[in-house]
Write a protein that binds this ligand. Structure first.
Ligand code: ZN
Length: 136
C-alpha cells in the first residue's frame, strides 16, 4: 500500500506526464480515452475512476476555455505587433489557428483535469483515497 502523504513535486510531474501522453495517472498503463474526445469511465488496467461523478469535469471545461483564451490573446498580440496585416487578414489567419489549437488542447485538458483531481484527492485524503492511491 502506498503512503497517505501528499504528492511530491516528482509525483506531480509523473502524473502530468502520464496524462499528457494519454495514459492513466496512477498506473501509466491504461488509456485515458476511448476515442479522441471521449474519456473512458475507468482505467482498464488499475480501475482508477476517471469520471467519478456528475459535473466532475466542469473544471476541465474552465481549464480548456482559459488556456485557449490565453492562446488566442497571445496570438492577437503577435499578429498585431509582428505583422502589418489588415483586420480581415488577421482574422482569416488567426481564427483557424485558434480553432485547431482548441481541438488539440481539449483532450489534453481532460487528461490534465483527471490528474489534478487524482493528485488533490491524495493530498486532501478524500474518503475514496484508498482506491485512488498510486501503486508502488
Ligand atoms: Zn490505471
Amino acid at each position: 500500500m502506498a503512503s497517505m502523504s501528499a504528492p511530491t513535486n516528482s509525483d506531480w510531474r509523473a502524473f502530468l506526464g502520464r496524462v499528457w501522453s494519454g495514459h492513466c495517472p496512477r498506473c501509466a498503463e491504461g488509456a485515458l480515452f476511448a476515442s479522441r474526445f471521449r474519456l473512458r469511465q475507468d482505467c482498464a488496467e488499475c480501475g482508477l475512476r476517471y469520471r467519478r461523478e456528475q459535473g466532475a469535469m466542469t473544471g476541465q471545461m474552465y481549464l480548456s476555455s482559459v488556456v485557449t483564451e490565453i492562446f488566442a490573446a497571445l496570438l492577437v498580440l503577435v499578429v498585431f505587433f509582428g505583422t502589418d496585416w489588415s483586420t480581415s487578414t488577421s482574422i482569416a489567419v488567426g481564427l483557424p489557428i485558434v480553432i485547431v489549437f482548441s481541438y488539440w488542447f481539449l483532450p489534453k485538458s481532460m487528461g490534465l483535469w483527471v490528474a489534478i483531481e487524482f493528485m488533490t484527492d491524495i493530498g486532501n485524503r478524500e474518503p475514496w483515497i484508498e482506491e485512488r492511491l498510486p501503486r508502488s
